[in-house]
Design a protein around this ligand. Structure first.
Ligand code: F6R
Length: 261
C-alpha cells in the first residue's frame, strides 16, 4: 500500500484527479470503478474541468459504481445514479450506455447482484477502483463485519452511515436503510485501488484502516492485502498515522508518484 499525504484538501483532490486523468489517457478504454459521497464531489468537478479545458476523453471509458440505495428510482435526487449524472456523466463525453450502477429498483435483487458481477467480468474486470471511506470504515457500503470475500449483495446500513448520509434527504427518515453494494471480494479483484480521504473526521478510521489489524470490523483494512493500492489523504485525515513521517519521506524519494504501479 502506498500512502500519499498532501498538505491540503485541494492538493489531495488535485493529486487524485491527475492520477485518474493520466490513467484514462494511458488506457482510453479503461474500466473504472466509481464511488459517490462528499469526498468525490470536488474530484468529479476537477475531472469535468479537465474534460472541458484539456480534452480529457471519456468516450471509450466504462464505469461501474460501487453502490445504490434500494428503493430509490434513478431520477430521485439522492439516488447514486442521479449523483453520478449530476456530478460527472452529464458533463463529459461518456457513453451513458457504458455507465453502470446496481439497480436498487430491481424486482429480483439477488438476480440483479449476480448480473452486476457478470457485467463486470464481461468487460474484463475493473482496471482502477476509486474508493472513499465511511466513518465506520466501510468501502462501498460494506459495513462492519461484511465478509472480506463478499460479492455484490444487499446490505443493511449501520446507524453511523445513516447519520452520515441522512442529512442529504429532505426528511432524514426517508433515507433507505438498505443498499446494494459490490462486495469487498469484488473490490479486491480490481487491478488497482485508489482511495481518497480528506478531513479530520476521517483521521481515526484512516489510521485504523491503514495501520490497524486487517479485520471485517473495518472493511477498508482489507486493502492492506491488495498488491496495487494507493491511499491519498490530506494532512487532516493523516493526523493519526503512526508512520506519517515515513510516508512523507517515501513520497520525496519516489520519482513519479502519479504513475500507477
Ligand atoms: C459511496 C461509497 C462510500 C463513501 C463513504 C464516504 O459510493 O462508496 O463508501 O465513499 O461513505 O462518504 P463521504 O465521502 O461522503 O464521506
Amino acid at each position: 500500500m502506498e500512502v500519499i499525504i498532501q498538505p491540503t484538501h485541494e492538493d489531495a483532490v488535485g493529486f487524485c484527479a491527475r492520477m485518474l486523468a493520466r490513467r484514462i489517457r494511458e488506457k482510453p478504454d479503461i474500466v473504472l470503478g466509481l464511488a459517490t459521497g462528499r469526498t468525490m464531489e470536488p474530484l468529479y468537478t476537477q475531472l469535468v474541468t479537465m474534460h472541458q479545458n484539456e480534452g480529457l476523453d471519456f468516450s471509450r471509458v466504462t464505469t461501474f459504481n460501487l453502490d445504490e440505495y434500494i428503493g430509490l428510482p434513478p431520477e430521485h435526487e439522492q439516488s447514486y445514479r442521479y449523483y453520478m449524472n449530476h456530478h460527472l456523466f452529464n458533463h463529459v463525453n461518456i457513453n451513458q450506455a457504458n455507465t453502470h450502477l446496481p439497480n436498487g429498483m430491481a424486482e429480483d435483487i439477488a438476480a440483479e447482484c449476480v448480473d452486476y458481477e457478470k457485467r463486470i467480468v464481461e468487460v474484463g474486470g475493473i482496471d482502477l477502483q476509486l474508493l472513499g471511506i465511511g466513518e465506520d470504515g466501510h468501502i462501498g457500503f460494506n459495513e462492519p463485519i461484511s465478509s472480506l470475500r463478499s460479492r455484490t449483495r444487499n446490505k443493511t446500513l449501520t446507524k453511523e452511515t445513516i447519520a452520515q448520509n441522512s442529512p442529504f434527504f429532505s426528511e432524514p427518515s426517508l433515507m433507505p436503510v438498505q443498499a446494494l453494494t459490490v462486495g469487498v471480494g469484488t473490490i479486491m479483484e480490481a487491478r488497482y485501488c485508489l482511495m481518497l480521504a480528506t478531513g479530520e473526521d476521517k483521521a481515526q478510521i484512516i489510521a485504523q484502516a491503514i495501520e490497524g489489524p486487517i479485520t471485517a470490523m473495518v472493511t477498508a483494512s482489507a486493502l492492506q492485502l491488495h498488491p496495487h493500492c494507493a491511499v491519498i489523504v490530506d494532512e487532516a485525515a493523516a493526523a493519526r498515522l503512526k508512520m506519517h513521517d515515513y510516508y512523507l519521506w517515501a513520497f520525496e524519494t519516489k520519482p513519479d508518484w502519479e504513475k500507477l504501479d
